[in-house]
Design a protein. Structure first.
Length: 226
């Protein structure tokens, strides 16, 4: 049985990913602050642990709990995300630090701490955003979010280059609009054409099959943005 770690699993795409992997006989490690909401679903082969991705000690604790259960990790999906919609001139240093801690710094630390438990067939999928791609459509108020996703895109390229001899794959899926709670908070009233369940199915297929054709790539997955 293969082992998958998924962050940001209490709602939206994250919880749908947990359900999808569970139903396909994966050993699932669900990491989220609201870990009890996942545990209460009582899904098959799902282990739910607390994680504050912005806190290095919390990351270390979660990693230690996982490696007490398994010897290696086959798939890591960095799905946790933070978004602030605020005019740039009202944005504070704390706003930038908060978003980057979740979207970039925490991802880097989690990968670093898990690295020795990865194998030559492992792959890492970072959930990014169309807004983080240069030249894509941009929206006022998302300076912290979009720039953090751009940083995540470049981080992924760098990791793919640095560890290319390991055969581990590192890729980004740059999502457009998906009808999640995060989208509703950022764009009240907007209705996306893609549901979290549909996007989870796409991510599942990519992370279990299609990833083999890519490394260090940021792949747009969007029919609208937002």
């Amino acid at each position: 049985m293969k082992n998958v770690i998924i962050t940001g699993t209490s709602r939206g795409i994250g919880i749908e990913l947990v359900k999808k992997f569970s139903s396909n006989n994966f050993n699932v490690f669900s990491l989220t602050r609201d870990y009890k909401s996942v545990s209460n679903l009582k899904l098959k082969n799902v282990h739910s642990f607390y994680l504050d991705i912005s806190n290095e000690k919390s990351i270390s604790k979660a990693v230690s709990e996982i490696v007490n259960c398994v010897d290696s990790v086959d798939i890591l999906i960095n799905n946790a995300g933070s978004l602030i919609n605020k005019p740039f001139l009202e944005t504070t240093l704390n706003d930038f630090q908060r978003v980057y801690s979740v979207n970039v710094f925490g991802v880097a630390i989690l990968i670093k701490q898990l690295f020795k438990f990865l194998n030559s067939d492992s792959n890492i999928v970072n959930i990014s955003s169309i807004g983080g791609i240069s030249g894509s459509s941009k929206f006022p108020g998302l300076s912290t979010y979009s720039t953090s996703k751009a940083a995540l895109n470049l981080l992924t390229e760098m990791l793919a280059e640095e560890f290319k001899d390991s055969k581990i794959k590192f890729n980004n899926l740059a999502l457009g609009a998906v009808q999640t709670e995060m989208l509703s908070e950022a764009f009240p009233g907007y209705k996306a054409k893609i549901s979290p369940k549909q996007m989870a199915s796409f991510i599942f297929k990519f992370s279990t099959q299609d990833y083999k054709f890519f490394n260090g790539k940021t792949i747009p997955v969007s029919i609208s943005n937002p």
